[in-house]
Design a binder for this molecule. Sequence first.
Ligand code: NAD
Length: 295
Amino acid sequence: MNIAFIGLGNMGAPMARNLIKAGHRLLVVDVNAAVLQQFADEGAQVAASPRQAAAECELLITMLPAASHVRAVYLGEDGVLAGLRAGTPAVDCSTIDPGTIRDVAAQAAKQGVVLADAPVSGGTGGAAAGTLTFMVGAPEAAFAQLQPVLAQMGRSIVHCGEVGTGQIAKICNNLLLGISMIGVAEAMALGDALGIDTQVLAGIINTSTGRCWSSDTYNPWPGVIDTAPAARGYSGGFAAQLMLKDLGLATEAARQAQQPVMLGALAQQLYQAMNQRGEGGLDFSAIVNGYRRPR
Ligand code: NAD
């Protein structure tokens, strides 16, 4: 299948590579020339604009940082909607607010295009391994069409409901993730300060009731998990500024629904402080630096 893939960052690049491995022909777009060169070397065709990629594909996938990028890529002058033919399925995998995807999908519908949302969970490791969870908001028929391709990049493809419900699932999950990472950081730092070996402590937590993904897969304490960003100076994972964005989406959605999110609001402030310290580009698990004692 000819697939247009727009946004080849920490997540999009490994996802796109899994589609190449599965035998698809990729048309790629990014604003980063270096990543486009890498994909050209790997056999992908570089398109001149989102419009050109959209016009030449049978399926379009986007994986962009935030809502403003999604609006620009879909609705801009040389954007996706200017090129996409009626009946070509499109799916946005970025994490953005449900209102934006519903709005862009409504504009797409006017020209006979079904745009679904399918934000993901599983991190860069899951993207590389092809084990992501996709939370899909789409009409039944569009979901059935997208499912086989998404399954080449993920292990769990869940139909959440109509367009926008994928984003609702995602922001609720990330609200919890942002909070749980702070909880693990706090517990690991307390254990260290009180004098227990942090490997022993992590082992206990991970076989006890405190266990969660932030403790057993992505533990923020260096030396606990070899594959976690903590083992490589907090580089290359899920940037704290993206977690801050997601907590902003959750707290804004909560405000609109008049629903309290007390821990979410506190977590948002802690990642905000991290960002202000100039650490927003580090993986979000570097939140632990705020708890660690100078050695
Ligand atoms: P990223 O910043 O690494 O990648 C985004 C890519 O989009 C970059 O290559 C950038 O150059 C490109 N881009 C930006 N504007 C563009 C434009 N106008 N046209 C074409 N390309 C453009 O971000 P990421 O970590 O890959 O995350 C992407 C999305 O996935 C975000 O919404 C994020 O919240 C979500 N997400 C990330 C993770 C993670 O662990 N990194 C996990 C789950 C979900």
